[in-house]
Design a protein around this ligand. Structure first.
Ligand SMILES: NC(=O)c1ccc[n+]([C@@H]2O[C@H](COP(=O)([O-])OP(=O)(O)OC[C@H]3O[C@@H](n4cnc5c(N)ncnc54)[C@H](OP(=O)(O)O)[C@@H]3O)[C@@H](O)[C@H]2O)c1
Length: 221
């Protein structure tokens, strides 16, 4: 499949959690990160063509997804959202700061799409029920998004893992334990379940930035 080079980047607790409880904004957990960790994150943002988070992350965290801690250009923001249910005052719809693409499906009401387009965002319709990543990723590539950073959440990460459309994983490990069976971890979805199908990684680098451990992994197979 013609697709961008994909890097999943995430802040995780030592036990792999993305947030404090299901439905909580990860901004609370991220408040533990020191400035060096933010710089690391924003250095990556400044180097990629596109950045993606799922619609649920937009609704719970209201991120801006811009480059602020270092100098550099803002990547194009791509939000998969099957019915285009994005708050119209969401930070990602401030298109004066950066470009935004809402990737949606045929289920999205025309009225909602019109309002989003009026805010200056582009719409890509890919799929019937949920956003079809097999259709979306080549479209992004054709629009010049050759490198894509995926910043979660768990469901969107799973979409990339399950179709093995990921090249690297970079983690900022927060030195805390969250616990909780239903708290989202790095990868959600159904899970791989079979040993022979696991995604294999090779560690490329590990180092400290501020008080956080950073690990960088290449996908082997
Ligand atoms: N620590 C971190 O680095 C980090 C980063 C990001 C997020 N988070 C946290 O993760 C949590 C959100 O994660 P999440 O897994 O619930 O949601 P998510 O991955 O952010 O978004 C999932 C949503 O995307 C939409 N979607 C469209 N097409 C899809 C497809 N093909 N497959 C799956 N979803 C599709 C669906 O919403 P529609 O039904 O509206 O289409 C779905 O509910 C929040 O608590 C957030 O704070 C943490």
């Amino acid at each position: 499949m013609k697709r961008p080079y994909v890097i999943i980047v995430s802040e995780v607790s030592v036990d792999g959690k993305l947030t404090l409880y299901r439905g909580a904004s990860s901004k609370e957990l991220m408040s533990l990160m020191d400035e060096e960790a933010y710089r690391y994150l924003h250095e990556i943002r400044a180097k990629v063509d596109g950045i993606m988070v799922g619609c649920e992350t937009v609704r719970t965290d209201n991120p801006s997804l811009t480059v602020r801690y270092v100098k550099g250009k803002n990547p194009v923001r791509v939000i998969p959202c099957s019915t285009a249910n994005v708050p119209i005052d969401a930070n990602i719809l401030n298109t004066e700061e950066a470009k935004t693409i809402i990737a949606t499906t045929k289920r999205a009401p025309a009225e909602r799409l019109k309002k989003i387009e009026e805010k200056g965002a582009e719409i890509i319709v890919a799929g019937e029920e949920l956003v079809d990543f097999d259709a979306l990723l080549p479209e992004l590539y054709d629009r010049g998004i050759k490198t894509l950073m995926v910043e979660g959440g768990a469901s969107i990460n799973w979409e990339f893992i399950r179709r093995r459309a990921v090249d690297e994983i970079r983690l900022i490990h927060l030195p805390v334990i969250v616990g909780g069976e239903n708290v989202p971890t790095l990868v959600g979805g159904e899970g791989i379940k079979r040993l022979k199908n696991l995604l294999h990684l090779r560690i490329r680098a590990h180092f400290k930035r501020g008080h956080q451990l950073i690990t960088e992994w290449e996908v082997v197979s």
